[in-house]
Ligand binder design. Structure first.
Ligand SMILES: *Cc1c(COP(=O)(O)O)cnc(C)c1O
Length: 395
């Protein structure tokens, strides 16, 4: 059996006729840039995020960059964020001319630790940029309180978390703005690059619309320095076909996550830390990510057995060579660095079959049994000493 992290082909087959009809409609209309499909998607995603406006842009990285620029973040400003994220988060801050200030993460959720934010605030701090990693929202209630006290903007990087909730609210309902990526592998994925900003701040929305068209308003008159970053009609048409299925896909991801978690906790509960969904959260499992010992060896073993897994992310942003001038060093963010050594994401997508999950689970169990680390005896009883207690530390 061969099991990929993600298989987009089955989903495409189920939508194929509708997608092709929509693409044909766009090409026949000859309206390719900022037309009706983009308008519809902007309205639908904004209303889904309980925000007043959606601004479609070229990709999720530009969405962060443009949101920061439109919120007035510029040279000399500081933006507090997490180092345990995809590069684009920190890259967008630096591209906006600001300085990323990295703080440590919460050990259970892998998201920015709100208690670490306030000590990092200086008179240059202008914004907080939480990332809703793996599909679970950061503690936005606390972050919003801190931002309110210190008059800071909050830009939510929701690239991995469309449809996720925190206290019943979506990304975009807490922050000044939230940004989405529709990169093909995201929970709502285009067939190319695409992204969006959602906001209820009228001024920010208007500035973002101007920045994505070279800072042009009216056409050919430029008061701000923008660039070309637009969500195109073909991608928007595809996303309009997919969008109505999003909640159902999120539910399917949750079911698959619950299945992995139940089996792992039964068999290897002493060894592997399964994802922690906080009580206030609705996790959409963009990734199903474990924390476990012998991570690299397990990944190699699974690969030999045809199972692909991924490490999101092996090198935190504060120690990336490109950010060396910021002056961070290994040891500055202990929880972040520990997570980078211990996380492993398993295959996860809405169409993932139970037989495939069973095979993945079987191989993981086989790996730890081979190391004398199974936490369950053949009669089903738990035997902690057999788990090699003392030899592993994951908490
Ligand atoms: C994917 C992703 C982005 C960037 O989105 P692109 O559309 O690939 O530019 C930004 N932040 C996070 C956390 C992401 O996962």
């Amino acid at each position: 059996m061969k099991i990929q992290m993600l298989d987009l082909s089955e989903q495409y087959q189920s939508l194929r006729e509708e997608v092709i009809a929509k693409l044909d409609e766009v090409m026949s209309s000859s309206s390719f840039i900022l037309g009706e499909n983009v308008k519809k998607l902007e309205a639908d995603v904004a209303s889904y995020s309980k925000s007043s406006w959606g601004i479609g842009v070229g990709n999720g990285s530009d969405a962060i960059h443009i949101a920061l620029q439109a919120a007035g973040i510029a040279e000399g400003d500081e933006v507090i964020t997490t180092a345990f994220t995809f590069f684009a988060t920190g890259g967008a801050i630096a591209r906006a001319g600001a300085k990323p200030v990295f703080v440590d993460i919460d050990r259970e959720t892998f998201n920015i630790d709100p208690d670490k934010i306030e000590p990092a605030i200086t008179n240059k701090t202008k914004a907080i940029l939480p990332v809703h990693l793996y599909g679970q929202m950061a503690d936005m209630k606390k972050i919003k309180e801190i931002a309110g006290t210190h008059h800071l903007a909050v830009i939510e990087d929701a690239a991995q978390a469309i449809g996720a909730k925190h206290h019943g609210k979506n990304a975009g309902e807490f922050g000044t703005a939230a940004t989405y990526s529709f990169f093909p592998t995201k929970n709502l994925g285009a067939y190319g690059d695409a992204g969006m900003i959602v906001t209820s701040d009228e001024d920010l929305a208007e500035k973002a619309r101007v920045i994505r068209v070279h800072g042009s308003k009216p056409k050919y008159y430029h008061h701000v320095l923008g660039y070309n970053s637009r969500l195109d009609e073909l991608q928007a048409a595809i996303l309009n076909v997919k969008f109505p299925s999003l909640d159902q896909w999120s539910q399917a991801r949750r079911e698959r996550a619950a299945y992995y978690t139940k089996k792992i906790n039964e068999q290897l509960g002493d060894i592997i830390q399964t994802p922690v969904e906080k009580a206030a959260n609705y996790h959409v499992f963009h990734q199903y990510t474990l924390r476990l010992p012998y991570r690299d060896e397990l990944q190699g073993f699974l690969k030999e057995n045809g199972i692909s897994t991924m490490i999101y992310y092996p090198m935190p942003l504060h120690v990336q060579p490109v950010f060396k001038d910021l002056g961070y060093k290994t040891g500055d963010l202990p929880e972040t660095e520990k997570a980078a050594k211990e996380v492993l994401s398993l295959p996860m997508y809405p169409e993932l079959k139970q037989e495939a999950q069973d095979f993945v689970l079987e191989k993981i169990i086989e790996f730890y049994r081979g190391r004398g680390m199974s936490s369950e005896n053949s009669d089903g009883s738990r035997d902690k000493t057999a788990a090699g207690e003392g030899s592993i530390s994951i908490a």
